[in-house]
Design a protein around this ligand. Sequence first.
Ligand SMILES: NC(=O)c1ccc[n+]([C@@H]2O[C@H](COP(=O)([O-])OP(=O)(O)OC[C@H]3O[C@@H](n4cnc5c(N)ncnc54)[C@H](O)[C@@H]3O)[C@@H](O)[C@H]2O)c1
Ligand SMILES: [Zn+2]
Ligand SMILES: [Zn+2]
Length: 396
Amino acid sequence: MRAVTWQGKRDVRVENVPDPTIQEPTDAVIRITSTGLCGSDLHLYEVLTPFMTPGDILGHEPIGIVEEVGAAVPDLQAGDRVVVPFQIACGNCWMCLTGLPTQCETTQVTGEGMGAALFGYTRLYGAVPGAQAEYLRVPQAQFGPIKIPEGPADDRFVYLSDVLPTAWQAVRYAEIPEGGSIAVLGLGPIGDMACRVAQVLGAGRVFGVDLVPERLRRARERGVETYDLRSFDDEKELVAAIRDQTDGRGPDAVIDAVGTEAHGSAAARLAQQASAMLPRKLSGPLAERFSVDRLSALYTAIDLVRRGGTISLSGVYGGTADPIPLLTLFDKQIQLRMGQANVRRWSDDIMPYLTDEDPLGVDDFATHRVPLSDAPHAYEMFQRKQEGAVKVLMKP
Ligand SMILES: NC(=O)c1ccc[n+]([C@@H]2O[C@H](COP(=O)([O-])OP(=O)(O)OC[C@H]3O[C@@H](n4cnc5c(N)ncnc54)[C@H](O)[C@@H]3O)[C@@H](O)[C@H]2O)c1
Ligand SMILES: [Zn+2]
Ligand SMILES: [Zn+2]
């Protein structure tokens, strides 16, 4: 089959690889009909290269048709239409039963000290072949895949794999008081959708911050009060402007939907690039400790949120030795919640919003639908935020 493979920093290629097969009784194989390109893939494209191996198959946002199931997957059969969550979880361990499939004790990548295995996401997360491909082997298929109805286009449901539950969890973790205010930093697919979810779940005011004009416009058109980072001298000024709108206190909650690729600190970017150039043996641990990530969005969130408010972190940060302003977090009595989205924890709550009325605007959320063979260009376009790319779906 054809699959998008990682070959090196900013180098992905569509190659022929062996078709996946059933290996465990709990496996299924699906034929993918659409598959998303995510901000998380961009981390692998550039920053997390030390954890990748040339030939790794990327991708974790698939929708498709079941081809074949193992003997221990009673609820699926060939021909079913399914969305597959980006994390692999058993549904039956203590963590899964607590609503935390991202911490699944059956699939945890214990050798690396990490949580549940993820599709297409570095050796830290199990080096599981990913979903930007014609076919996908789905481990733990007795739990993961979400059956969806025939009829609507893939766009209606594909975001259940990641974007929707991530945005949903970000908003639920933000614990906005009834009618309260929230600021969303970053209006990529995750931040954009988080604004929409906050609106349907009853936030009073939604502020959105980014620096890409069409991303700001998309959010503004749906009633978000947008702020262009480029029109401020520094983050302090931005914070002051939003505080002015919230009785001088700051919003009740702030979602950081930016992650480690924040635009802001030039020095940290240099450190990251230096570590990507080092020999692999050195650069793994170095990148882990010193991706003194570009924390600028997180710092902005800490400054911006009102005292006693909540920060909900959905952007992915990579480093383990980041200097965090713990003093300020403590003094401001801030609640900080974060983590990979627990997809099946939220999917049933989200499903009622995926209707013909389309309150979340999923049907035209994608800005680009391209053949899988265009993946190299799609990655470059999405990373550079060119050609109006916000969400790209690939069609194998
Ligand atoms: N928690 C999860 O389960 C989960 C799931 C999916 C994605 N993510 C993470 O969410 C983040 C966003 O993903 P995405 O798909 O929306 O990707 P993205 O990279 O397109 O979005 C990031 C956005 O932040 C903007 N930005 C950069 N610096 C900024 C700053 N200082 N202030 C405000 N905005 C800034 C960029 O212009 C961009 O629009 C990534 O880190 C991704 O890994 C997490
Ligand atoms: Zn994703
Ligand atoms: Zn489990």
